[in-house]
Design a binder for this molecule. Structure first.
Ligand code: NCD
Ligand code: ZN
Length: 403
């Protein structure tokens, strides 16, 4: 990553990021007034001072250039809605794992091929975005279908939705026993299992569904299929972060921007806030903090996955609102806020641009994006086919924008 000092600071130095500070690894000279605002080891530097090597200088970055990121969990929808949202992802991210929960779901490689073509046809001219396709696991997914998926080269994961867990999951898995043959085939073929980790049992509290899924199902999957590559999607709890951290290297997790920035208080701030409602639902502050610690730890198991999931505004602002936050147009600025607040902007590139590609066995993107520190406001609504979608953070101001 390259860091550029805020305009007006005449900094001449070779610097390295260290948390929210820059480590001076070569001589730095400050020619003008900003010097007096910079402290080194508590002492104020004089304008004529040469700051010695290995001093730490608190500093506000104005731009942040990083290798082009990928989004390892996104919902692009279909038809006019897809055409309305795909650009927001494709302009920033090099690739994205595209979720298969359409109506009807993408259960075959042939359907994934058609969907992939529709996405490519909708891309802006000269856009090199690559959709990474997924299949939707059902009780009936055959080993032959999985072999076709593997051979296709464009199906990168198979998504496990417990039936009834979330949007369009009605055709999902009804019991672990029914998919044991498919999981064994995936383990053999080296196909990634992407997991929506929530139980659906009516007697389990909504806020405990992820934790209980880990205890009742994920632990068994990992035990029975130890070589199966698994991404635990959109983790929301301390327990999930701990589980993934402690598991073998074939287990990873995606983390969304909303789960890094908000606790469940955001759902009820001054009234009911449907645009903060997604599944798994936002949790307590202790969980948010554990997720921030995981995402900013530098551990390659933790991967950017926005779970951007657009629904028409009217389908969320209603008596039984849909789950899903639309974050695609503002995802990188949101992640930058979360990492900056944790003093870990230097870890953003690993999380956003390196860990996911490594886990999925893909080459890193070889171009870059630049984030600029510049306040920008999030529109109240955006076009969404015949209707509109309300983005996450609508009407508020972002700290960063993609240049
Ligand atoms: C997603 C959607 O709307 O497709 N919703 C969500 O709240 N995350 C489905 C999902 O990923 O659970
Ligand atoms: Zn999702």
């Amino acid at each position: 990553m390259n860091f550029v000092p805020t305009a007006g600071q005449a900094l001449q130095a070779l610097v390295q990021p260290a948390g929210n500070k820059l480590r001076i690894i070569a001589r730095a000279a400050f020619a003008s007034d900003p010097v007096t605002r910079l402290s080194t080891r508590g002492a104020l530097a004089e304008s004529t001072d040469i700051i010695a090597n290995n001093q730490y200088v608190p500093m506000t970055l104005s731009t942040l250039t990083l290798r082009r990121p990928d989004d390892f969990h996104v919902h692009l929808r279909d038809a006019a809605e897809m055409r309305a949202v795909v650009g927001a992802t494709a302009q920033v991210f090099g690739r994205a794992i595209v979720m298969p929960n359409l109506k009807p779901p993408i259960t075959t490689t042939a359907a994934a091929a058609d969907y992939r073509q529709r996405i490519i046809d909708a891309l802006p001219k000269n856009c090199r975005f690559e959709p990474l396709m997924t299949l939707y696991l059902t009780d009936n997914t055959s080993a032959d279908e999985l072999l076709r998926a593997k051979d296709s080269g464009f199906v990168h994961a198979v998504k496990y939705y417990p039936a009834g867990a979330t949007t369009n999951s009605e055709s999902g898995v009804t019991s672990l026993a029914r998919v044991s043959g498919a999981l064994a085939a995936m383990e053999r073929l080296g196909i990634v299992l992407s997991v929506h980790g929530e139980v659906t049992d009516a007697d389990v509290d909504v806020f405990d569904r992820e934790r209980v899924f880990i205890d009742r199902q994920l632990t068994a999957i990992v035990r029975d299929f130890p070589a199966l590559r698994i991404v635990v999607e959109h983790i929301t709890t301390r327990e999930a972060a701990q589980f993934v951290n402690d598991a073998s290297s074939v287990i990873a997790a995606t983390i969304t921007p909303q789960h890094l920035l908000y606790s469940r208080n955001a759902l009820f701030a001054g009234g009911l806030r449907p645009h903060f409602y997604c599944l798994p639902v936002l949790k307590r502050e202790v969980h948010r903090q554990a997720l921030v610690a995981a995402a900013t730890s530098g551990n390659p198991k933790f991967i950017l996955g926005t779970d951007s999931a657009p629904h028409a505004t009217g389908a969320k602002e209603t008596s039984c609102g849909c789950a899903g936050c639309y974050s695609a147009p503002i995802a990188m600025p949101l992640y930058a806020e979360a990492f900056e607040d944790a003093g870990a902007l230097d870890r953003l590139e690993g999380f956003a641009s390196i860990h996911g590609a490594a886990f999925y066995g893909l080459a890193r993107n070889n171009d870059s994006i630049t984030l600029q520190r510049e306040a920008s406001s999030v529109p109240q609504s955006l076009e969404f086919g015949a209707t509109t979608v309300t983005p996450l953070r609508a009407g508020t101001t972002l700290r960063w924008r993609v240049a």
